[in-house]
Design a protein around this ligand. Structure first.
Ligand code: NAD
Ligand code: UDP
Ligand code: UDP
Length: 343
């Protein structure tokens, strides 16, 4: 009887706390905020495929139910339409905090809401992490470096951010979000992970979200001119979403707080990107030059030495290949009026 009792206790000990004693230790209960969005929904797919219980919280501001449709009736999945500006309670082991509009068009649309999401939303999720002892991962951004004076950007660089410009609601609230994460870590011992995500692209991006890759692909498919802001010499480094999600999950599984840059160090000017899209959709697509947007960073490229060393992570999908997958997804979604691929 004693042995049976000890075995039962061992078994219980191998199951993680919260309120689900029938859950194996390897499977966790995970909250993903922004889980119906572009990156969040790819992350939800991976976490569900691993057999975890996933709670997805999303206001559906830019996210879509269709992104998580395949899990809707799965017993391990729950969706809450909820704005993280308001407190949220759940018993979870891990929190991936992604809720925040990410496209400049979306985050400028209601700047004060963006600020509240970045500041109050992150505060609430840190409060939740503190209460339940969950590991908290913040999806920060390369925008914390602003219009960088150092190239490529290393994590030690403090950035060059305009505090009162039209991009500040996003940049500065992510900077405060990082500060809050580190203060909850120092003051309350919350186990935190901070990743600074560089431009990411792939299937499920919103077709008209205004970001450069989605704009160019959508425009080329619709037979419209590709809109280049400024002279097109500004650079960005584009990471395929599957690579990015792999990096985020490695970060959560590791034990370093970060901040670590996650991005693909391949650097392209916007004119080079336009050419790559034209090559795959329609080499005859014209380019239309429009005025540059205010505070647009001139160049951006991650130094990923830290992520590689600590997480064993390097992105593997080249831009050309990732674009092929994204174009196929956009072609399926945009539907009629789509041009045929070049022979
Ligand atoms: P996205 O807009 O597709 O996803 C964001 C999700 O958050 C959406 O589903 C949206 O509805 C939800 N959301 C927004 N405000 C909310 C609120 N107040 N409460 C609840 N849900 C809310 O964008 P994404 O590209 O998937 O970005 C996800 C995260 O990654 C964001 O935090 C973003 O800042 C960060 N990030 C993305 C990139 C990128 O290139 N995609 C780069 C750097 C950082
Ligand atoms: N919070 C939440 N869910 C929780 C616990 C806290 O949304 O499960 C919110 C809480 O409403 C507060 C924030 O997180 O606004 C910060 O919580 P904390 O306990 O750190 O601060 P306090 O409530 O003491 O101000
Ligand atoms: N851009 C562009 N044409 C577009 C959309 C964006 O030339 O139709 C440029 C934009 O000015 C910026 C870069 O592409 O220099 C990346 O913009 P995006 O909005 O995708 O992301 P950001 O890195 O600025 O947050």
């Amino acid at each position: 009887v004693q042995r049976q009792g000890a075995e039962a206790l061992d078994r219980l000990a191998s199951w993680r706390g919260t309120n689900a004693p029938n859950r194996p230790a390897t499977h966790k209960r995970i909250l993903v905020t922004g889980g119906a969005g572009f990156i969040g929904s790819h992350l939800v797919d991976r976490l569900m495929e691993e057999g975890n219980e996933v709670i997805c919280v999303d206001s559906l501001f830019t996210g879509k139910k269709s992104n998580i449709e395949r899990w809707r009736s799965h017993p391990n999945f729950e969706f809450f339409r909820h704005d993280v500006i308001e407190p949220f309670t759940a018993e979870v082991d891990q929190i991936y905090h992604l809720a925040c509009p990410a496209s400049p068009v979306h985050y400028k649309y209601n700047a004060i809401r963006t600020l509240k999401t970045g500041v109050l939303g992150t505060l609430n999720m840190l409060g939740l992490a503190k209460r339940v002892g969950a590991t908290f991962l913040l999806a920060s951004t390369s925008e914390v470096y602003g219009d960088p004076l150092m190239h490529p950007q290393v994590e030690e660089y403090w950035g060059n951010v305009n505090p009162i410009g039209v991009r500040s609601c996003y940049d500065e609230s992510k900077r405060v979000a990082e500060t809050m994460a580190f203060d909850y870590h120092r003051q309350h011992g919350v186990d935190i992970r901070v990743v600074r995500i560089f431009n990411t692209y792939g299937p499920r991006m919103v077709e008209n979200d205004g970001r450069v890759v989605s704009n160019f692909v959508g425009q080329a498919l619709r037979g419209q001119s590709l809109t280049v802001y400024g002279d097109g010499s500004q650079t960005r480094s584009f990471c395929y979403v599957a690579d990015l999600v792999d990096g985020i999950m490695r970060m959560m599984q590791g034990n370093a707080t970060g901040p670590f840059n996650l991005g693909n160090p391949g650097e392209f000017s916007m004119l080079e990107l336009a050419q790559l899209v034209k090559d795959q959709v329609d080499p005859a697509s014209p380019i239309k030059y429009l005025p540059a947007t205010p505070d647009d960073p001139a160049k951006r490229k991650p130094d990923i030495t830290k992520a590689t060393a600590h997480l064993g992570w390097t992105p593997s999908v080249p831009l050309k290949e990732g674009l092929t997958a994204m174009i196929a997804d956009f072609r399926a979604r945009i539907g009629d009026g789509v041009k045929a691929p070049p022979p």
